[in-house]
Design a protein around this ligand. Structure first.
Ligand code: TEU
Length: 570
């Protein structure tokens, strides 16, 4: 049986099925498409495939709105296709982790339609969060919502149901009503559904917004910040009062009696490092690791995610460094620069201009994979795929972007400014089709893709990079191989060097058991950088670098534009 914590040496590859590979020419990726492309993951060396949702869904939020938890959406295939994919993944010695979306369902899920249509006293009413209008208001009129919370996708977090005269809560779109986790029947149904997938053979779950399950009693109003029309409900549902109880119960009911080999990761917007230590302390038996959001919020202003601000490297180092030390003894980090909700890493944290794209993509990979934690690679990141060059609103597909655009224009905002925000931060940047080759539609589909392919696929694609040992792809492959062979990468203590430097990201990883130490140096910029090194690294061996044939390390060292190096000494 595999060790219970095999995931500490693993690298996870995330697939967004809609945009990965289309086998039937309908322009949307599918399960057979993924199965046909598994060699790509195997060659990269990935240990785990995390699959974004594939269950039946109206696709209001591309599958994060599930209408049947125990089947596959026809657009992605069938359960038989899923079983074949799972078997093919296992044959290659990899594991498969499902997305678990249980903060909310689709409004087309039979639980919700029964809850809604049974009226205010119906038997499934209590499966969702229903409330009457605020006292003294007329139901259904603006401001009559039960509280002032805003939804993540613009507008209020409540929708009025005329026939029953009540509102239901949805932290995301109105097509995503929140389940009532206070109700034990809801929790039992979710546990049963999870066991069903585990019995089918899946190896764990990535749990969507799982720290939002427990809402504070009374659902109090949130503080209304300047520039916002809604209250911030976050303090009343981020890591709410019963969240640890729910996750511990889930662990007991679903995972406890299973042999090792499973992996769980909780996606947790707004989680603090102190909370994360509790969630990931193995003794507490909640989850193996969490996705935190601090480092992807450093380059935004008070206006929220589309309020674009430049990132200061010192802020990034302070934040990631604090997570490294905060989870050093107990707990475990997950490491990511991007996913299906974030802009492309090379465009956001690196430099996607032709002169620096490759090198800065390799630098980002090096820095991330040498931190302590489990790294996640989002499809196309291993090629250095960049943000989409979208121009008009018609290019965008994401509900978050479309709602934000509509809301801002209705408020009289300048459209060019709104589009600039979407271009920089919109989630569609990550959702353009995977770039397999230089042919039309990048080898993603022979039909018409549901969202435009990035025209840079003529130069940036998997085919070209797999054939080129100097490519971003092969750099990722080497980093993953290094994690599998060098215990200091997985277990070494992390120490940040030069924390106040605005262009240098430098740290060591010291592994006492093997007497090995690694030094990572990264120049986050396009200008040369001369740095003083700590003593004793002159004769160290270069394990990995993104600049060919660099001379050995001296006490002072000049790093070229976006140069990143890993050295080892014993
Ligand atoms: O995301 C949760 C989340 O907090 C954000 O990243 C959010 O999607 C948005 O970008 C806020 O600006 C998860 C999923 O990853 C995301 O795709 C879903 O839309 C969301 O939950 C709802 O299920």
């Amino acid at each position: 049986a595999p060790a219970d914590d095999w995931w500490r040496t693993a690298v996870v590859y995330q697939i967004y099925p809609r945009s990965f590979a289309d086998s039937d020419a309908d322009g949307i990726g599918d399960l057979r498409g993924i199965t046909a492309r598994l060699d790509h993951l195997a060659e990269l060396g990935a240990d785990v495939l995390w699959l974004s949702p594939v269950q039946p869904s109206p696709q209001a939020d591309n599958g994060y709105d599930i209408s049947d938890y125990q089947d596959i959406d026809p657009v992605f295939g069938t359960l038989a296709d899923f079983d074949r994919l799972l078997a093919a993944v296992h044959r290659r010695g990899m594991r498969l982790v499902m997305d678990l979306v249980v903060n909310h369902t689709s409004d087309e899920h039979p639980w919700f339609t029964a809850s809604r249509d049974g009226g205010a006293t119906g038997p499934l009413r209590d499966w969702y969060i229903w409330r009457p209008a605020r006292d003294g208001t007329r139901p259904g009129t603006p401001g009559a919502e039960p509280n002032n919370w805003g939804s993540f996708f613009s507008g209020p977090a409540w929708t009025y149901d005329e026939p029953s005269g009540e509102y239901y809560l949805h932290l995301f779109s109105r097509k995503q009503p929140d389940l009532n986790w206070e109700n034990p029947a809801v929790r039992r149904a979710v546990h049963a559904m999870m066991r069903w997938w585990l019995e089918r053979g899946v190896d764990g779950f990535r749990m969507d917004v799982v720290n939002l399950l427990s809402k504070a009693p009374g659902l109090p109003d949130g503080v209304v910040r300047e520039g916002s029309r809604h209250g911030d409900g976050g303090p009343h549902y981020i890591c709410g009062p019963r969240i640890h109880e729910y996750l511990a119960e889930m662990h007991r009911e679903v995972f406890a009696d299973r042999p090792g080999g499973l992996m769980t990761v909780g996606e947790m917007p707004g989680v603090t490092v102190e909370e994360a230590r509790l969630f990931t302390d193995p003794a507490r038996r909640e989850v193996d690791m969490v996705f935190q959001f601090e480092h992807v919020g450093l380059d935004q202003g008070p206006g929220g995610k589309f309020d674009v601000r430049p990132l200061r490297l010192t802020d990034l180092k302070t934040s990631l460094g604090r997570w490294q030390s905060g989870l050093a003894g107990t707990g475990w980090n997950s490491l990511y620069w991007n996913n299906h909700d974030q802009p492309r890493a090379v465009s956001r944290f690196g430099d996607d201009s032709p002169a620096h794209r490759e090198r800065s993509a390799k630098l980002l990979a090096t820095v991330l994979h040498l931190h302590r934690g489990t790294p996640y690679v989002y499809q196309g990141e291993e090629l250095g795929m960049a943000n989409a060059p979208f121009t008009a609103i018609g290019d965008f597909r994401d509900i978050e972007s479309l709602n934000h655009h509509a809301e801002q224009l209705a408020l009289g905002a300048d459209e060019e400014r709104v589009l600039a925000g979407l271009r920089d931060r919109g989630r569609d940047n990550a959702r353009t089709p995977m770039q397999w080759d230089a042919t039309e539609h990048a080898g993603f589909t022979t039909g018409t893709p549901w969202i435009a392919v990035n025209p840079d696929h003529r130069t940036v694609n998997a085919g070209a990079q797999r054939a080129d040992p100097g490519s971003v792809f092969h750099h990722y492959r080497r980093l993953i191989a290094l994690r599998h062979t060098e215990p200091a990468v997985t277990h070494g203590d992390f120490r940040m060097l030069h924390p106040a430097h605005e262009q240098l990201y430098a740290f060591t990883r010291h592994h006492a058991a093997s007497g090995t130490e690694l030094l990572v140096l990264a120049n986050f910029g396009a200008s040369d950088l001369t740095v003083d090194l700590p003593e004793g690294w002159e004769d160290s061996e270069t394990l990995l670098a993104n600049v060919p044939a660099s001379p050995a390390l001296g006490p002072r060292r000049t790093l070229r534009a976006w140069e990143a190096r890993v050295h080892r000494r014993h």
